[in-house]
Design a protein around this ligand. Structure first.
Ligand code: ADP
Ligand code: MG
Length: 678
């Protein structure tokens, strides 16, 4: 329906358009950011000083304008309520009020009363002329406060919404089956939206918000559940686990697995033997040793099932490292491994594709090049997606190419269980909650540049002992790639100057380098030829150099804690004591306190929980831009609620497997994933 129905100016319309509001439906989906309780007009003696918004009303008996010592204008107004008690109102710098308010008229005052110098005072409240009949709608109810859009006043929004509120019911027919609405005790959608704007009561408001978020999460859940059903539909033969194959592999390792690693391997093998394809998310803190779990499974897949595996990493650097690491473990066992990334030469690519097609290759390690290219596997049995959070939830499409194999996603950002439900509903989740023995806690300190400068000699000593240093410069903005390069190159020059005695052992790494150059730099660092590596966050995930023991992160305030934790995980990868310095120029106590959490917590779980509270879910999941972050944090932390919605999605799909007869819902779901039902 057309916005013109709002009967409003073309200027207003163009502002709405500019903010993505094109029709009346959009208009109603512009939700209040807050509410004021204007249900009760209180007498002065009934006001409560508790920092809540309250409403009172009185006759204006005096007004006075004072020039303050600081050169401002203070307007003092006194009103009297119906039983003669005084209401004091102070307004700063608004001469408009001074001119328009009239003695002897009645005004409604909405604000947070304070108790000062023996008086109850309202500072800068809303003052509504209650003799103007048009204003009656503004009081006697819970009143919505909208964010102002380029000069459209909040009250204007409220007015327009109220004028048109009767249209709601036919604008928002309910997309959910009545049985679900009943069994989950939901408000109807129209009623919910009506109560979001003009709540009948705070209870109704809570129910209305519940309904809105229920629908949002439900859509995500339905997509997840359909993916899961599709994936699990594939029948595989039930098998008896051959534990001796795993044992044989473990016997070749130079270390003993932690119990948590063993448990993870066990559950994956059980998945594989269960008769249904595995779809599992393996969470484990940085350095908990997830890779070897994936390798063990790939080994099993080859030896027992005679099938191939693909291991996907988010960056070339990491893919290369996995390739080398996996070779180290599996080449001696006769497993054939190939590396396929965007920078693999065409000739090599052809050869690798041939190998995969003819089953000459058992494991291919690489980046998304593996799925983007026309790669055909002879018999792909297992796919690992490492550092899954770096691929982004939005790009889950990559799973489609691999509809039938066993899938193991791995992530080093241990996310709260509620988030796992919300965003990884289709996955079974396992957690590696133990680090290999002998790892020391990384000493972490928030410091200023000055403090860092004093560490120069100490760092040189460490380097003398064979240890290595990372210096990380922050990403400015993903889109400003060139500035990032300039930034890291500047840091590189500064570092060489600062550590002039070893300037030839300082190197630099950034995302815009050719992959050959990146390899060169990484190899030199891994071989301990380079002592200090100045880098952007390209080393964030996975990179493993055991003698690296010091990491300095500049402008650390620009990172989320989960990301800092990832970066910190580049050190502490052996039994050497490691150090993480978080440099900041920020003077904000909030910022410093947030960073100091890094000193306190050494496990990613606590840190991601804090991120979730202070920066929202997008930060952790790498989905800031995906539009799924408009779900507020208290909802994303509410495990019980999320489980309920998940159950509702399962209920719906049981009765309507293809969402048949639920056309509205189906349309919404297809909007988020056009191929999901095919
Ligand atoms: P992440 O879980 O962060 O991916 P990695 O798999 O890269 O961790 O493992 C980190 C390092 O620890 C690697 O060098 C790996 O070989 C080593 N490692 C893995 N498991 C163990 C273990 N049980 N004992 C000792 N070292 C281990
Ligand atoms: Mg890893």
């Amino acid at each position: 329906m057309d916005l013109k129905e709002l009967k409003t100016s073309s200027r207003y319309l163009s502002i709405l358009n500019a903010n993505g509001i094109y029709n009346i439906k959009d208009f109603f989906l512009y939700l209040p950011r807050d509410y004021e309780d204007r249900t009760e007009i209180k007498k002065v003696r009934d006001l409560v000083i508790d920092n809540t918004t309250q409403t009172t009303k009185g006759e204006l008996i005096s007004k006075n304008m004072i020039n303050t010592a600081r050169g401002k204008k203070l307007i003092e107004i006194i009103l009297e309520d119906e039983i003669g008690n005084k209401i004091f109102v102070n307004i700063m710098n608004n001469t408009y009020y001074f001119q328009t308010l009239e003695k002897g008229k009645f005004y409604v005052i909405v604000g947070k009363p304070k108790f000062q110098r023996g008086k109850i005072i309202f500072w800068n409240p809303k003052i509504i002329n209650s003799e103007n009949m048009k204003n009656n709608e503004q009081t006697g109810r819970i009143y919505p406060i909208y964010s102002e859009l380029m000069g459209i006043k909040a009250s204007r929004f409220a007015k327009k919404i109220l004028e048109n509120i009767e249209k709601l019911d036919y604008l928002f027919p309910d997309p959910l089956p009545q049985s679900i609405i009943n069994s989950y005790g939901l408000l109807n959608l129209g009623e919910a939206i009506r109560n979001i704007h003009f709540p009948q009561s705070f209870e109704k408001l809570t129910k209305a918000q519940y309904r809105i978020y229920f629908d949002k999460v439900l859509k995500i859940q339905i997509v997840s559940q359909i993916s899961k059903i599709k994936h699990k539909k594939e029948i595989k033969s039930k098998l008896i686990p051959k534990w001796e194959v795993i044992k044989n592999f473990l016997n070749t390792l130079p270390f003993d697995l932690t119990n948590a690693q063993k448990k993870a391997i066990k559950i994956c093998i059980e998945d594989i033997c269960s008769g249904k394809p595995m779809l599992r998310l393996l969470q484990g803190d940085v350095g908990s040793g997830k890779t070897v779990v994936a390798i063990a499974i790939a080994y099993y897949i080859k030896n027992v099932l005679g099938k191939q595996s693909a291991i996907l990493a988010p960056t070339e650097v990491l893919a290369k490292q996995h390739f080398l690491g996996i070779n180290k473990f599996l080449l001696p066992l006769g497993i054939k491994i190939d590396l396929l990334t965007g920078s693999t030469s065409l000739k090599d690519k052809e050869k690798i594709k041939q190998n995969l097609f003819n089953s000459n290759t058992d494991i291919v390690v690489g980046t998304t090049a593996i799925i983007q290219d026309t790669v055909d596997f002879c018999n792909l049995g297992f796919v690992v997606i490492d550092e899954q959070h770096k691929f982004g939830v939005k790009q889950r499409g990559y799973l489609k190419k691999f509809n039938t194999p066993h899938i193991l996603q791995m992530t080093a950002t241990p996310i709260p269980r509620s988030l796992a439900i919300a965003f990884f509903g289709e996955f079974d989740v396992s957690i590696i909650d133990e680090l290999p023995a002998g790892r020391k806690k990384i000493h972490t300190k928030v410091i200023t540049e000055n403090q860092f400068n004093k560490l120069k000699e100490w760092i040189l000593q460490k380097i003398d002992q064979g240890q290595q240093v990372y210096i990380i410069t922050p990403l400015i903005e993903e889109s400003e790639a060139m500035e990032n390069v300039a930034n890291v190159m500047q840091e590189y020059e500064n570092t060489k100057d600062f550590f002039s005695s070893i300037s030839d052992k300082v190197d630099v790494l950034h995302g815009k380098m050719s992959s050959k150059d990146k390899d060169l730099v990484m190899n030199k660092f891994k071989n301990n030829k380079t002592k200090i590596l100045v880098s952007t966050t390209v080393i964030e995930v996975g990179v493993d150099s055991p003698t690296a023991t010091i990491i300095l992160i500049k402008n650390s305030e620009r990172f989320g804690l989960s990301q800092l934790h990832q970066l910190r995980g580049r050190v502490g990868r052996s039994d050497l004591q490691s150090y993480c310095f978080l440099m900041t120029t920020s003077k904000s106590q909030d910022t410093i306190q947030r960073l100091k959490n890094m000193e306190k917590y050494s496990d990613g779980f606590n840190l991601s929980q804090i991120d979730l509270q202070t920066r929202g879910g997008g930060e952790i999941l790498g989905i800031k831009q995906s539009g799924q972050t408009d779900i507020p944090i208290n909802i994303l932390m509410d495990t019980e609620f999320l489980e309920k919605v998940q159950n509702a999605s399962i209920d719906i799909l049981q009765t309507y497997p293809k969402l048949e007869n639920l056309n509205l819902l189906k349309k919404e779901i297809l909007k988020s994933d056009p191929n999901i039902l095919s």
